[in-house]
Structures are given as C-alpha cells and as structure tokens.
Design a binder for this molecule. Structure first.
Ligand code: ZN
Length: 123
C-alpha cells in the first residue's frame, strides 16, 4: 500500500468537503484504517504534514481509528477477531470464514471551520 497516494486521497476528500461546506479551514479529519490495509498511521501523518502545507487543511488534526481484522464463520455465523492464530472459528473450529473488517480505509468525518461560526461536522 502506498501511503502517499492514500494520503493524497484523504487530502482531496477533505478539501472537497471544505469547498462543499463553504468553510475556510479544515479543523479535524477522522479516519478509519483497517489493519489489513497495511497502511501505517505514522506514514499517513508524515505525508499529510508534507502535502497539506499551503492548503486550508495544513493545520488539521488527524484522528486515526485502527479497525481490527474480523471475520464471520461460514458454518456457525460467529464473528471473531482474527489474530495470529489465524482464521479458525473459536466456536466451532471451522476454517471457512468471510472477512468482515480490517480492509477499511475511510474518511469518517471532516470538521470544517469557517472562521466565524465555530465548527461544523460533516459525516
Ligand atoms: Zn464457527
């Protein structure tokens, strides 16, 4: 996964939302990053600091929520977190399961500041 491209996408979304909302600054960006994406939070923060410079998002606070890898058993329907032990269902020991979480790469919300009326949140 290339964090620079990912971060560019996040910045584009933030600036798009800012324009839609008619605000002047991006105050905060809430991100959800799945464990399985391989995206490293520190890299995103680093790149964001570099590429947001000179844009209305340069002082934005990045809030990152890491989404653990989870799966649902095809046999019994149990939902469980996938750990080092792998994909075997902890309830019935079936090895057939579907990925239900961990591949997220989502901008959950963006806080736009218009300079005069405090903050607005845009889901
Ligand atoms: Zn099961």
């Amino acid at each position: 996964m290339h964090e620079l491209a990912v971060t560019q996408g996040i910045l584009d979304i933030a600036l798009g939302s800012l324009e839609e909302a008619g605000g002047h600054r991006v105050g905060r960006i809430d991100l959800a990053i799945g464990e399985m994406t391989g995206v490293v939070e520190e890299c995103v923060r680093f790149y964001f600091g570099v590429i947001s410079r000179g844009t209305p998002a340069e002082d934005a606070e990045l809030s990152v929520r890491v989404v653990p890898t989870s799966a649902r058993c095809q046999s019994c329907g149990e939902t469980f977190l996938v750990r080092e032990c792998g994909w075997v269902c902890p309830r019935c020991a079936s090895a057939c399961s579907d990925l239900t979480g961990g591949k997220e790469l989502i901008v959950e919300s963006i806080e736009v500041r218009d300079g005069s009326q405090g903050t607005q949140r845009h889901p």
